[in-house]
Every structure is written in C-alpha cells, then in structure tokens.
Design a protein around this ligand. Structure first.
Ligand code: ADP
Length: 393
C-alpha cells in the first residue's frame, strides 16, 4: 500500500520532522520542517523538497513555553493537510538511547514504551523528549504504527573491549558502558559507502560526524568497531557547547573546591563549554570562522586538534585507515575545519586537495593521499523512513 511515512526527531529545544513517500524512503523527503525554540518562543518552519517555504497556517503563532507533547499535537493537523489523500502509514522516531537490548529499529508497543522510559536515567536530557513525541502521536493518531530508531544501536556490533570502561565490574554489569551515539548518521553513511568506495567500502573507514554534536566512528565491513562518544553524548570530541573528553578529576574539583552541584556541573559541561566556552563568542562554527577574535581562532584550533587526536585514538581498533568521511553541518560545509584536521594527520599520509576541499567536492583527498578523504552529506531521516518501510513489510 502506498502512502507516507512521518519521521520525528525530538531534541531538547526543537522537533524536526520529515514526510517521505513510502515508495521512496531512501532519498529526499517531500517536506522537511521543524519547530525550534521549544522552552521559549516556539517557531515553526517547513519547506518542500524543492526549497519552497510552506505556509505555517495555524502554526504561525505558537504559545510561549509550550512543551513538546503539546506542540506535536498542534503539528498533526498541519501535517495531515500536507499528506492530502496519501495515507499516513507509520511514524518513525529518532530515539537517543536504546540501552544494551535495542539493537535494531523496533515497533513501539506499551511494553517497549515502558522499556524506553526505564532508559531515561541514561539520557535524562534527551530521552524524555523522544518519549513525549511518541505519546503525542499515540494520543493524536492511536492507530498508526510507531517505530523507534536508536542512536545507540549501530554501535552494538562493537567488541566488548571497545564498550568497557576501566571501572569496577559491578558498574559495568549495571550498564555503565560506552554506548556511543549518532548511530543513525553512521548507519546512513555505511549504507551509501559502496556508491563512493566500491569494494573498498568494507575496508577501514573513519566517519567524522561534525555538527553541533560531534563524534567519530571507526568502521570495518561497514560496522561500528569503536566510537568517540561513550556512556553519554558528552565524551570524545569538543562540540558546539559540550566539552568532549575531560579528565574526571575536573568534575571532582568543581564539586569539592568550587562547591558546584550536579545541576550546575551539567549546565557547565553540556551548555557552556566547547566552542562557546573556549571562544566566549558562539557555539556556531560559521560565526567563529568569520570572527577576528583570537579566542575564536583558538576555539577552532582546539576543535581540530582534539578531532585529529580522537581520530588517531580510534586507529588501533581498525588497524589503520583507508578512508576518512566528513559529514554533518561542519563536516559537510567547513573547508577550514577539514583542512586543519587533515593537516594534523599528514604523518599518516593523509593529504587533501585544497581546490576540491574549498569546493566541498565529494572526494577531497590529493592523488598521493594514503587514505581517501570524502565529504558525504548525512541523512538520518532516511534511515528512519527506511526502517518504517522495512518493519511494515
Ligand atoms: P546538529 O548537530 O544540530 O544537527 P548540524 O549538523 O546542523 O548540527 O551542524 C551545525 C554546525 O554546522 C554549526 O556549528 C554551523 O555553524 C556549522 N556549519 C553549517 N554551515 C557551515 C559553513 N558553511 N561553514 C562552517 N560551518 C558551518
């Protein structure tokens, strides 16, 4: 049966949505949009695949301080008007945490929803918004199948060693392990790698997902072998507002010497650090790149220094590198960041072609580079839409 799939990605301050033709879920959605500014003044916007902006209608003024569930409830009639005569066949959700057991997209039942709620302590800042989105659909469209696609699932292929912290065994047993995130983005890149690398797609590939949140994943046979994010999405690379890997002694210092409580430390590490904290100017790479302030340059340099170091740290798990893929907002668009990272990898034989890099070309490695360097746009929604198709059939 033909119709549409709706994908929802409920983040801390936004809900992003996309509508896919059920016969063609792997490509560009028919419509893409979002409600941003949740928690303050929500702002709706949506575009067709050809870039034309769509009329917000009743969503042009949304109540200040509305929560995710309320806003998604208000979004549903607008979406229904867009589907027209095409039936809505399923709603797919990006869900941040699937714990150790959800290793693939899953049809949501009342029992699954309970299991997702039990995982809230592992992702208290994100999982509740994903659950709110599921509840809003269950309320507004109770007969529509809902499917959860997890950011952690892609990494469950990793060996046990790659998932362990050097902590007492009892903590490991209760689930304090390295879960890894950005799995939908890595899943998408893994799925399209053969188009770019042919048979080499199954070689040693590192994907650098560089956006507001940033991480890297080392793959072999297009499966995750190791990744830079750990128990939470705070670990690994420096990010827009998050610190990335940090000596845990700093957290003890903040508590013991500065008397900060958990909530204050959480705000510091998740919201006030990273590019924003180091530059004191912005969390936005594009803004920093146009700034003359030395602090902005230092923030960009640190971002790239740390990214190159993280990449080097992933190499032993796959025994070298055949291809490096840049993706997400910064990875796809910032020639400067790609160049600064690759310069720090020249000891590995990685070299880029400046002209191709400046053009955001697909292949940016120089002829003599020992590893191919590619720029591939990610498409997390397509992974969710495909999961809807696969689970329905
Ligand atoms: P999110 O993790 O929220 O999905 P994105 O993947 O959209 O984030 O990435 C957002 C980041 O990408 C921002 O730091 C933004 O400045 C950066 N970015 C987008 N376009 C450019 C560009 N042309 N040059 C440099 N950075 C860019």
């Amino acid at each position: 049966m033909s119709g549409v799939f709706l994908t929802l990605n409920a983040g801390s301050s936004s809900v992003k949505f996309a509508i896919f033709d059920s016969n063609d879920p792997s490509t560009t959605p028919q419509i893409r949009g979002k409600i941003a500014g949740i928690g303050g003044t929500p702002v709706f916007s949506a575009r067709k695949s050809n870039g034309v902006a769509l009329d917000a209608g009743a969503l042009s003024s949304l109540d200040v301080l509305s929560d995710h569930e309320t806003l998604i409830g208000q979004l549903l009639p607008w979406l229904a008007a867009q589907y027209g005569k095409q039936p809505l066949l399923a709603v797919g959700h990006r869900v941040v945490h699937g714990g150790q057991n959800f290793t693939a997209p899953t049809l949501i039942s009342p029992i699954v929803l309970q299991q997702l709620e039990a995982l809230v302590p592992l992702a208290p800042l994100h999982q509740p918004h994903n659950i709110a989105a599921i509840r809003a659909i269950a309320k507004g469209q109770p007969d529509i199948p809902q499917i959860a696609c997890f950011d952690t699932s892609f990494h469950r292929s990793q060996d046990r060693l790659a998932q362990l912290f050097a902590l007492p065994r009892a903590l490991t047993d209760e689930g304090v392990i390295r879960y890894g995130f950005h799995g939908l983005s890595y899943d998408y890149i893994a799925s399209v790698l053969p188009e770019y690398l042919g048979e080499h797609a199954s070689g040693r590939v590192i994907v650098a997902h560089l956006g507001n949140g940033s991480s890297m994943c080392a793959m072999k046979d297009r499966q995750s072998v190791s990744t830079s994010m750990g128990f939470t999405a705070l670990d690994g690379l420096m990010m827009g507002r998050r610190c990335g890997a940090l000596d845990p002694g700093v957290v003890l210092y903040l508590m013991q010497a500065k008397g900060m409580d958990a909530a204050e430390i959480e705000t510091l590490l998740y919201r006030k650090s990273g590019l924003l904290g180091v530059s004191g100017i912005s969390n936005d790479m594009q803004v920093l790149q146009t700034s003359d302030a030395p602090q902005a340059h230092e923030a960009i340099d640190l971002f790239c220094f740390r990214a190159a170091g993280n990449l080097a740290g992933l190499l032993p798990s796959i025994g070298g590198i055949d291809a490096l893929v840049f993706t997400a907002g910064i990875g796809e668009n910032s020639a400067l960041v790609r160049k600064l990272i690759c310069q720090r990898l020249d000891w590995l034989g990685i070299a880029i072609d400046d002209a191709e890099n400046n053009e955001n070309a697909i292949t940016i490695s120089a002829q003599h580079s020992t590893a191919k360097v590619l720029v591939i746009p990610t498409n997390e929604e397509a992974v969710v839409a495909r999961a809807c198709r696969d689970l329905l059939t």
